[in-house]
Design a protein around this ligand. Structure first.
Ligand code: GDP
Ligand code: ZN
Length: 324
């Protein structure tokens, strides 16, 4: 079985699946007898598993059993074998604790819109978090039907077009949403993140027509009380693939991103980093003979983008602590 490469995945532990108190041979035997599937909803004490060969079943969890929406599992009788996971998305709850929203994410869609504008640094932060977790990232410019929509999409394409697709969509007119479904074809798992009000719930509703998410101001006001028992739900798209319902979650966070790795995930620093720095542990803040700072000097990296990077470093310094 392939071992997870990233620290993020490895830190959840589990070499042969997370089943405590079982010998390796019985795990192998169980794998053959069990039925494999994916956790599509987490209800605290139980999870709903959608089997690869069709059908769903609720399985009760053992106390302290760590399973998340998106987990690949094998159900053996009343037991769950949980496969090692990649692509972990987290948030901070109301009490400041880190919570896993979903695992095994293949695609993260960072949703922005001309109205309301994203806070500075939001997109870069999303990129760094997703890249560190090994999740493919795309930019989704929603509300393209608004007059300012095209300009925003053009501006973002200039900055990010070299690294990722910039999708122009409208939840209102359904323009461009087919391309979003296409990203998840073949059973891939995606999530939409973005500031409040950019249209994440509206997009989910457009992508999954039988879904009835509350949209707009009402949605925002009632966020606090939502998702208290359900950690996350995966919605199935008609063309295959799943979308995590992140509508009730205020924010996602940078955890497990090492400050020394942040630059390598920061969009736009790629070629400057290839030229190298004098110090191996260069953080590209103010160090001498730094490839990134040299690129800022020549204007290859706009100084505004470098400032954004330094702000992200500061944020990471504040959030680096043990989790789970
Ligand atoms: P969320 O907080 O990101 O889930 O955003 P909502 O889905 O609740 O949408 C916020 C507001 O934007 C609502 O008033 C929606 O009707 C509106 N909205 C969402 N998508 C679009 C769009 O594509 N075009 C326009 N013009 N408005 C949209
Ligand atoms: Zn450097």
């Amino acid at each position: 079985m392939p071992r997870p490469k990233k620290r993020t995945a490895a830190s959840r532990g589990g070499k042969a699946g997370r089943v405590e108190g079982l010998s390796r041979s019985s795990v192998v035997e169980d794998r053959q007898n069990g039925e494999s599937g994916r956790v599509v909803a987490h209800h605290g004490v139980a999870v709903l598993v959608r089997f690869d060969h069709g059908g769903e079943r609720q399985v009760w969890l053992k106390p302290d059993q760590r399973v998340f929406a998106g987990d690949r599992v094998i159900v053996v009788g009343e037991r769950l074998i949980v496969e090692p996971a990649h692509g972990i998305l987290r948030r901070r709850d109301a009490r400041g604790r880190e919570r896993t929203i979903a695992v095994n994410l293949d695609v993260l869609g960072i949703v922005v819109a001309a109205e309301p504008r994203e806070p500075p640094g939001y997109i870069d932060r999303g990129f760094v978090i997703a890249r560190a977790a090994g999740i493919e990232t795309v930019l989704i410019v929603n509300k393209i039907d608004l007059e300012a929509g095209g300009d925003l999409a053009d501006r973002l394409s200039e900055i990010y077009g070299a690294f990722t697709d910039v999708h122009r969509v409208s939840a209102t007119t359904a323009e461009g949403v087919e391309a979003i479904s296409g990203l998840l074809a073949g059973g891939r798992l995606g999530a939409l993140v973005g500031p409040s009000g950019v249209g994440k719930s509206s997009l989910l509703n457009t992508l999954i027509p039988d879904l009835d998410l509350r949209v707009s101001a009402l949605n925002r006001r009632s966020q606090k009380g939502r998702h208290t028992t359900t950690t996350a739900t995966l919605h199935t798209l008609s063309g295959g693939g799943f979308l995590v319902d992140t509508a009730g979650f205020k924010d996602f966070i940078a955890v497990d991103v090492d400050a020394l790795d942040a630059a390598s995930f920061f969009p736009g620093f790629e070629s400057a980093l290839e030229r190298g720095c004098r110090f191996r542990n260069c953080l590209h803040r103010t160090e001498p003979d730094c490839g990134v700072l040299a690129a800022v000097e020549t204007g290859e990296i706009p100084s505004r983008r470098h400032r954004g990077y330094v702000e992200l470093l500061d944020e990471l310094a504040g959030s680096l602590r043990p989790s789970r």
